[in-house]
Write a protein that binds this ligand. Structure first.
Ligand code: PLP
Length: 377
């Protein structure tokens, strides 16, 4: 990445040096992890070493880690591969899930409150209404607002109804301490490129005794749960990034100071600016901010011209913001939601980056307020 200020870590993170080295080393080693000769054995060692490191990031056992092509595939495998073949199975998901969960055919949506926190009582009622085999999916941290969901509490209720519970921890892993056994879920998704690893690699953590019917058919890799030749260089990069991310959680926690400095200054400049889920427990790196009077797409372009990379909600393949489904589920009025931009800091972020964002925000805001007096940042 060039010298521009990169504040879009929730979309993807810059590759860590240790991950790049691991990718290059694994690539140089060559070999298919299923081959019995020395090249195959080397690739197999690389694979299993990465599995240990990824497991350690979330406090899981290595054999519980199923490598996938990313968080999207992990989420799909969790929700399509469990309770497979049961005709009346239900899939209940919170109203603020990532599209890789929300778009699974046939899901039922559990409402959230004004901060995007799942309505646990509603979940309880929905499960009670029809006690059929169910899978419940709740993210640990929201990709747009950073708000932390009460996953352990929801999981306990879902389990009381005999449901399986999946957690999309793609945005939480590597950013906050995460012990998967403490969450009490049966399945959990994580992704390499949100923690300084490469794009196109992820993992589904599968609890002991949880049956997964594979969505791909072939050579039986990953204990038959996700077949196909493993992406050894990518997985090696994931393992290295996971280890470094686990060792630097304190640095990540400290990002809250930068985030808070940004939010404080913005609220001083405009008391009409709005920060979503401001008073709730959030990821230390994320702020979703509505700038009065300026559309989000226009803001993103203006920030880009000022050398600051942010995004309007979650990234999707069109490059445009998703239709604001998270803010909509939170009941945010359309005219406010359409002005919301996400700032997501990361392991490369500095106070100078925060200052650059504030300076750009101040200018863009001033331009957007026709005839208004705007205080200096
Ligand atoms: N879940 C959440 C919460 C995400 O933010 C993302 C990516 O933005 C995904 C899942 C998908 O992960 P991947 O990009 O690895 O497919």
């Amino acid at each position: 990445m060039d010298n521009a200020v990169y504040l879009d870590h929730n979309a993807t993170t810059p590759l860590r040096d240790v991950a790049l080295k691991a990718i290059m080393d694994a690539n140089a080693g060559g070999g298919n992890a299923s081959s019995v000769h020395r090249f195959g054995r080397l690739a197999h060692r690389t694979l299993e070493d990465a599995r240990e490191r990824v497991a350690a990031l979330v406090g899981a056992k290595a054999e519980q880690v199923v490598f996938t092509s990313g968080g999207t595939e992990a989420n799909n495998l969790a929700l399509l591969g469990t309770l497979a073949g049961i005709a009346n199975r239900r899939v209940l998901v919170s109203a603020v899930e990532h599209s890789s969960v929300a778009k699974i055919p046939g899901v039922e949506t559990v409402p959230v409150d004004a901060d995007g926190i799942i309505d646990i009582a509603a979940l309880d009622c929905m499960l009670l209404a029809a006690d059929t085999p169910s899978v419940v999916s709740i993210m640990l941290a929201n990709n747009e607002t950073g708000v932390i969901e009460p996953v352990a509490e929801a999981a306990a209720i879902a389990h009381r109804h005999g449901a399986l519970v999946h957690c999309d921890a793609v945005q939480a892993a590597g950013k906050i301490p995460l012990e998967w056994s403490a969450l009490g879920v049966d399945l959990m998704s994580i992704s390499a490129h949100k923690i300084g690893g490469p794009q196109g690699v992820g993992a589904l953590i599968v609890g002991d005794g949880v049956e997964i019917v594979p969505r791909t058919f072939g050579g039986g890799q990953e204990r038959g749960r996700r077949t196909g030749t493993e992406n050894i260089p990518g997985i090696a990069g994931f393992g290295a990034a996971a280890e470094e991310a686990k060792g630097s959680l304190d640095d990540y926690r400290a990002l809250a100071q930068l985030r808070d400095a940004i939010e404080e200054r913005i609220l001083k400049i405009s008391d009409k600016a709005r920060i979503f889920a401001h008073a709730r427990d959030r990821l230390p790196n994320t702020a979703m901010i509505a700038m009065p009077g300026v559309n989000a797409e226009a803001q993103v372009m203006a920030f880009d011209l000022a050398g600051v990379a942010v995004s309007a909600g979650s990234a999707c393949s069109s490059g445009k913001a998703a239709a604001g489904s998270v803010l909509k589920a939170m009941g945010v009025a359309e005219d406010v939601a359409s002005n919301a931009v996400r700032v997501s800091l990361g392991w490369t972020s500095t106070m100078a980056d925060a200052e650059a964002f504030i300076a750009a925000w101040t200018k863009i805001y001033a331009k957007g307020q026709v005839g208004a007096e705007v205080p200096a940042a």
